[in-house]
Design a protein around this ligand. Sequence first.
Ligand code: URP
Ligand code: ZN
Ligand code: ZN
Length: 463
Amino acid sequence: MPLLIRHGRIVTADSDFTGDIYCAGETITRLGRGLEAPPGTEVIDATGQFVFPGFIDPHVHIYLPFMGTFSRDTYVTGSQAALIGGTTTLIEMCCPSRADEALAGFELWMAQAVGKSACDFTFHMGVTKFNAAAEPQLREIVRRGISSFKVFLAYKGAFGVDDTELYRTLKLAKELGVIVTAHCENETLVAERQRELLAAGVTGPEGHHASRPPQVEAEGVQHLCTFAELTGAHVYCVHTSCAEALHAAVAARQRGVKVWVETLIQHLLLDKSYAERPDFEGAKYVMSPPLREARHQAILWDALASGLISTVATDHAPFDFQSQKSLGRADFTQIPNGIPALEDRINLLYTHGVARGRLDLQTFVAVASTQAAKLFGLFPRKGTIAVGSDADLVIYDPAYRGKLSAKTQTQAVDYNAFEGWEIEGRPSVVTVRGEVAVRDGKFTGTIGRGRFLQREPSHFSPD
Ligand code: URP
Ligand code: ZN
Ligand code: ZN
């Protein structure tokens, strides 16, 4: 059914006006004021509300075999949670183990999503080993519509690649015009510090951040940028958590390295005191890179506002507190890493960014949607409100007041890291390619309607 959204304050990364949006089929076909509704059109009055482009989470894990267990969400639960929170496109990390072949891994991740996802999706292809067999498979995966890779400089023995593999991955990416996203931590430093802390009797969750101080992450960023500089590849540092890592990226950018920076809503809002909570409660807040001292948060917010940081993601990695985080009760190195936030990213970013005056509306849309679309080859199909764009829209009610809680969430995990936090605003209506998928916090969409978004490589630069 065609859809007319009337009298909304339509905000994109570069415009802000009050008007109407008409959607026919799956796309936006008209924008203006006083648009007519042909018979059979659903009309939604958005007076007093914002209309934003559908938000994009550029870093999520829905299916994640990791640290001896599996993340809890499926595409059925995860995509509904995303939509309720205003996220209409997911970019998941496809993370085969080093024992698996890249192409088989890609097909396995695809099978988790196709026919199950209610929102659109694509993948960053994890390059967890690079050898003669992997290279043609990666070329084939790019031919099938993937235009970004993911490498881990951490997680020794699991997903981590060595320097030869890193160099060859970046060379291939440069040739293919594919951007390489990277988890930047020095895995040797992490492993050595973990060993020392355990030997000294530190076994609780607080050992996690002690094992991965800011220098460990900054070294990872510096390392990646050196390799990017010498190969000419375009790189993107995921989940940047601290001033030191940000400075390493900015310094590289100043000398011409094509590097972009992502931060997480968790690193903007939570500090390491959460991971120091007693009675193993801190395990809920174990992720990598770890939560930092609170002083880093203002630096991250400023970098978002000034454009040094391009995107805010979640790195959603949901592991139950009771049955999964508890695997590390006797040894913090065994706590599955991850803090879920997929459902709450936008409401938290709006509340603590826009409503607190840290971000203007344009920047909010840019960091939560448009920049990801541009960096990862989805723009202008996604990430904006324009004639011809997919009709992925979020009608956002800034007058809504509520509290976050595990009791009321849709994401499939037994805790909420932001339990009891107040939010000021939420999506009242969310559409996916013209279908109303959420109304007043309730999912109304269609499981399985989500589509794999084929992308073309877009990161070619003159030598
Ligand atoms: O702690 C985290 N970040 N867990 C998910 C895996 C990753 O490193 O992205
Ligand atoms: Zn990571
Ligand atoms: Zn991740």
